[in-house]
Every structure is written in structure tokens, then in C-alpha cells.
Design a protein around this ligand. Sequence first.
Ligand SMILES: C[S@@+](CC[C@H](N)C(=O)[O-])C[C@H]1O[C@@H](n2cnc3c(N)ncnc32)[C@H](O)[C@@H]1O
Length: 297
Amino acid sequence: MVARKQLTAPTIADLLAKSAGFLKQKGSATPRLDAELLLAEVLGTGRIELYTNYDQPLNQVEVDRYRELIRRRATGEPVAYILGRAYFRNLTLMVDSSVLIPRPETEHVVEAALNVLLERDWNEAPRVLDAGTGSGAIAISIAAGFPEADVTAADASREALALAEKNARAAGAGRISFILSDLFESLDPTGTFDLIVSNPPYISAEEWTQLPPDVREFEPREALYGGADGLDFYRRIAVEAAQILRPHGVLVLETGYQQGPSVTGLLEAAGSFAAAVTLKDYSGLDRVVVAARADSP
Ligand SMILES: C[S@@+](CC[C@H](N)C(=O)[O-])C[C@H]1O[C@@H](n2cnc3c(N)ncnc32)[C@H](O)[C@@H]1O
């Protein structure tokens, strides 16, 4: 028997069921969620409205547009790049393939940085550096959470900086300077920062081969790869950060979940930092290292 072409317009329920099945087959770890987010985008609604309008038929333009988004997702392209936005704390940030999609783990870095700022009395605006700002997630969150701070956002990628600047403007976050720099190289070399925050690239060569294809093939390698053992940036930071930190300055670093001991070891071996503390994420894994300059009061 020859299969009949569907003559009635497909409903939200039809399209979700079909697309989720297709994306699962194509290897998505979250097929139903992806299908819902993309359909909500096409219809200009929230996900909840998909369920309250489950039997609503879609017109041909909507079906074609949805098909195109599902096709992109089926190639592995992350939903955040397809939508052009990602959510971080209470921010909606524009993202594209020039920046890492901000991850929930990085919210712990922001919390640790804000705690440092809130715990001290500042006679003048504290100067904060976000090294490797990407979409601007950390810098903008700090500027929003501690508006008195004078924030510098640096990155080696011109495209990332342009997007971070757009995100800062859209968020209404003031007092952020954007600087193109290979780590700290183009920054004032004398100790001027009270706080340096960074989520540097930290994926090792071995981890790189095991990354899900939607990360490895779509997110920028320069934002992820941290050298053979993943620690190249921490080695540089351990030596170079003390030069641009003020005497009482603090370093807050995101690390890979297995890198806490190596990163604290590197900071202690560099000799410029007092005992480093490792903080855990919600999964109980090492995620953030906080260290103050050894000559702190
Ligand atoms: C892991 S991503 C972090 C992005 C963002 N801060 C976040 O947490 O979502 C690392 C960032 O470091 C930047 N980067 C890579 N190499 C760099 C270098 N040598 N100097 C400065 N930034 C660099 C990348 O462009 C990328 O934006």
C-alpha cells in the first residue's frame, strides 16, 4: 500500500512528537526540549503555550521554518546558536559561533567574585578584570551585581569582544571597558586590578576527543582547548596575574572538575599567592579556585 501524504495541517502535538523522535535518532541528548524550544521560537510563544495549544495546526510557512531549524539542530548545531541567545543568571545574552555558550557552572565563578567584592570595604571603585570574556557573561554579571566596580573585559578574539560589548549595552551594564589582549599582555602591566576573574580554555587533548560533537564541531576551539593537559592557561595565569594584581588582589578561576589540585598547586608553586581555596559546584565537583596575592593584608 502506498503511504498517503498528510492532507491536514500538522498540529503542534504532531510536529513535536515527530521532531523529538528525529532529533533523538540524530544523537541529541535533549531531543524533546530542543524540539519544544525551536517550535516555541517559530511560533513566538513560550514552551508552556505549546501544551495549552497542543492541537493547534501550523500553516505551511511555520512548518517550513520549523523544518529548517530542526534540520540545523540535526546537524549538531547547538540550540543556543540557532536561537542566537543563551541564558546566564538573570541575563539573556546574544551568542554566535565566535563565543562559548555560557554554562551554568560559570555562575559559581560569578558568585565567588561577587562575594570577594561584597566582603570588603572599598575606598574607591574596585577594578575587576574578566580575562577571556567571550559573550561577556562574567563581566556583565559582575557589573550588574556590583555596579560600583570598574570592570575590564578582555579577550583575544575581536569577534567575541564585539559581541560582549553588544551584550553589555543590551543589559544596560555600565562601566565595562573592552580590550583586545592575549591574556594580560595589552593591559597596564603595573598592579592595578583588585580582582581578576577568568574562565580560561581548559579542555585537555584527551578530553577534546571525547567532547560531544555539538561542542567540538560548533563551539570555538580557542575558547575550549587548554593544551595537552588542559593547564596551559593556568600556568600563564599563575605567573603573570600577580604582576597586574594590587597587593591585596584576589584571583578567581573556573577549573575543570578534575583540575582543582593541579591549579592550586600551580598557584602555590608560583609563590605569589597565599593558600588557594577550591569551591565546588552543585554536583559537588571542584569548579572554582580562589587565591589572594601572598602579600595581602
Ligand atoms: C572558556 S571561554 C570563556 C568565555 C566566557 N568567559 C564564559 O565564561 O562563558 C574562554 C575565552 O577565552 C578566550 N581566549 C582564548 N585564548 C585567549 C588568550 N590567549 N587571551 C585572551 N583570551 C583568550 C576565548 O576567546 C574565550 O572567549
